[in-house]
Design a protein around this ligand. Structure first.
Ligand code: NAD
Length: 362
């Protein structure tokens, strides 16, 4: 296959970790016979320095013309970087919000995987995490409470703030379909999380999810109230495969789940639109405190590239090869500083990329 990838290396550790992900993709290309054609794009601080704005219309067009986008991370140190003297709409983060909207990325995927080798980093008791866990949190990203109408006004002399939570059946249907499609590539279980005992929007969510489920007879669907889900995540995380939920619930649950996996340097993510197109990026930020030192963990970005192969290009075998390589490198005791523990071998960003490449096989 010949695939066009828009690459936004970004700021801070972004270029360092993206370089390693590209190295791993190129190795996959050699082993499996694919060609990855990269177009370098600027966003965030790097774009401000070159064009004066965090994202240009030209960059958006080039991103749209790619098959997928691989992003490092953007932003700098808010206290020292000149980018933060600009008004909020011109700062690096504004580029990220703008590109998500321009590309209509409504489905956010955050895998939470606890590798057996890193279970010491999980704050849960060992008997709960024995054998690790592997779940995918699928969060609706462009609707609900964060995009509803809001106001603060004085009513009868009392300041009153209102935020509205709205979902249309179409918005629910498109994310639900995505959730079931992804479950079909995994262990075929969807846990739909809502608050249907209280909220009308959740009752509609549940109804539409049940309708969509009829098209996926192989997938087991269960419904769970969000408060119960927050408890179940720490009580029995292994029960979950795909957690499908709305914007705010997903925001909170995905952070809870990610805390259970150890380092932010391990957490991949993807944001998808209605087609196969997606933007793939590590969950962490640009880590200005360690930028340029060659010590950042590139695994989150490398696993994001694996998600790109799986979800945008349907290259499941190649994605498996990357994920297995990461697991085997960890099994053999290699660690970047953020996941280092006694008796293991500490290596830097580029060495970690090289090691993972060397474990990629057919
Ligand atoms: P951060 O995630 O950049 O860093 C938090 C801590 O985690 C730091 O100690 C950092 O060294 C460590 N860390 C992060 N990624 C790591 C990796 N791959 N390997 C090893 N250690 C890693 O969060 P922050 O400090 O709050 O934010 C820094 C900048 O990143 C800010 O400008 C923020 O706006 C931006 N940011 C960008 C994104 C994005 O591009 N999607 C996301 C979050 C934050």
């Amino acid at each position: 296959m010949k695939l066009k990838i828009g690459v936004i290396k970004g700021d801070g550790i972004g270029p360092e970790v993206v370089n390693e992900a590209m190295k791993v993709l190129d190795k996959v290309g050699v082993v499996y016979g694919h060609e990855f054609d990269y177009t370098q794009l600027l966003m965030g601080g790097a774009s401000i320095d070159t064009y004066g704005v965090p994202l240009t219309d030209e960059t958006i067009e080039l991103a749209k013309n790619s098959d997928a986008v691989l992003l490092g991370s953007i932003g700098g140190d808010a206290k020292t970087s000149p980018w933060y003297k600009l008004e909020p709409s011109k700062r690096p983060e504004a580029g990220l919000l703008k590109i998500r909207k321009a590309l209509n990325l409504f489905a956010n995927l955050r895998p939470a995987v606890l590798y057996d080798e890193l279970k010491g980093a999980c704050p849960l008791k060992e008997e709960i995490t024995e054998g690790g866990f592997d779940m995918m949190i699928m969060r609706e990203l462009t609707g609900g409470l964060y995009f509803g109408e809001r106001s603060t006004e004085e009513k009868n002399g009392v300041l009153t703030a209102t935020d509205s939570l709205t979902y249309t059946e179409d918005e629910i249907r498109r994310i639900a379909k995505r959730g079931f499609d992804i479950a079909m590539k995994r262990r075929k279980k969807v846990t739909s999380v809502d608050k249907a005992n209280v909220l009308d929007s959740s009752r509609l969510w549940r109804k539409v999810v049940e309708e969509v489920a009829k098209d996926y007879p192989e997938v087991t669907l269960e419904h769970m109230l969000v408060d119960n889900c927050a408890m179940q995540l720490v009580k029995n995380p292994r029960q979950f495969d795909v957690i499908l939920t709305e914007n705010m619930f997903g925001d909170i649950l995905s952070d809870e789940a990610s805390m259970m996996t150890g380092s932010i340097g391990m957490l991949a993510s993807a944001s998808l639109n209605e087609t196969k197109f997606g933007m793939y990026e590590p969950s962490g930020g640009s880590a200005p405190d360690i930028a340029g030192k060659g010590i950042a963990n590139p695994i989150a970005t490398i696993l994001s590239a694996a998600m790109m192969l799986r979800f945008s290009f349907d290259l499941d075998q190649e994605a498996d090869a990357i994920e297995n390589a990461v697991e085997n490198v960890l099994k053999d005791g290699y660690r970047t500083i953020d996941i280092m523990s006694e008796g293991k071998v500490q290596i830097g960003t580029a060495e970690m990329g090289n090691k993972i490449c060397s474990y990629i096989t057919k």
